[in-house]
Write a new protein. Structure first.
Length: 278
């Protein structure tokens, strides 16, 4: 009996907490990166992400909002008790507790992200881009040994257009940082507005089993997402085709100005819409 008690105590002592497991995982990832010639992974306790609790957890109640460190974020996400607070084109219930809903949303996001890039880049350039990307957790990033042109395409660049009286131009990239809040980078992507547009368009009604209908939420006044859907589409068109100014250029202008780097890009004719079009 005494021997069994000692064994149980040993198991309790050696059991790791969630925070320690996170540190161990980051340490293993850092070691792997360094062995492959990559950069060391740094764990920050100052980075903060604002989250909302979607169910009671510890001292936090459902609906509470809090800024948490990267360590706490990883733990809460593992427990599926929070949702991140996003800006602009937010898809509600992104981290819904129901596994089937969560999986469906993630599938839709991945589907429309790929669809968007294939649409605006063409299949050939899309395939070349994907071979030069790698997953970093849940996100894609340019491989460290990739040609510099892929970093320019994805993360943006400034350049001089010799064919336009040496005009200085800026392409902000498929992914760009738009702000920094309490040491946390706020990221926007070209694909986000397209994803929101398609998702919003396809979830105007739901199949209830007795026909198509709209869900009603408590304490919410139902209103149409029509105008916001139009805004999202026009943002996508501007970023892809029209640009923001003569010097803050679109994706297509960037590809044309750098045709020596990106051969035979495929362009499509994108048109903005008004609130009366959709």
């Amino acid at each position: 009996m005494a021997e069994a008690t000692k064994t149980e105590e040993k198991e309790v002592v050696t059991k790791k907490g969630a925070a320690q497991e996170y540190y161990d995982a980051q340490g293993a990832k850092s070691k792997e990166n360094k062995s492959n010639g990559g950069e060391e992974v740094k764990v920050s306790l100052t980075n903060k992400t604002k989250v909302r609790f979607i169910k009671d957890f510890g001292f936090m109640k459902k609906g509470d909002e809090q800024e948490v460190s990267d360590v706490a974020l990883a733990i809460y996400e593992g427990k599926k008790v929070i949702e991140k607070l996003y800006r602009n084109y937010q898809i509600s219930n992104l981290t819904a507790t129901e596994v089937n809903v969560d999986a469906q949303l993630l599938i839709q996001i991945q589907k429309y992200e790929n669809e968007c890039l294939q649409l605006i880049l063409g299949q050939k350039l899309f395939d070349e881009l994907m071979t030069n990307l790698e997953l970093d957790g849940l996100y894609w990033k340019v491989k460290t040994d990739a040609d510099a042109k892929w970093g320019k395409l994805v993360n943006g660049t400034s350049y001089v257009d010799a064919d336009c009286d040496n005009l200085s131009k800026k392409w902000k990239g498929l992914v760009c940082k738009v702000a920094k809040v309490q040491d946390v980078d706020v990221i926007e992507t070209l694909m986000a507005s397209y994803i929101f547009f398609q998702y919003s368009l396809n979830t105007r009604t739901v199949n209830t089993g007795t026909g198509e209908g709209k869900l009603n939420a408590n304490n919410t006044n139902q209103t149409s997402a029509h105008n916001k859907r139009c805004d999202a589409w026009n943002e996508f068109v501007k970023w892809t085709s029209y640009g923001f100014s003569s010097t803050n250029v679109s994706l297509y202008s960037f590809l044309c100005d750098n045709e020596d780097l990106f051969e035979e890009p495929e362009f499509i004719d994108l048109k903005p819409v008004t609130y009366y079009d959709l």
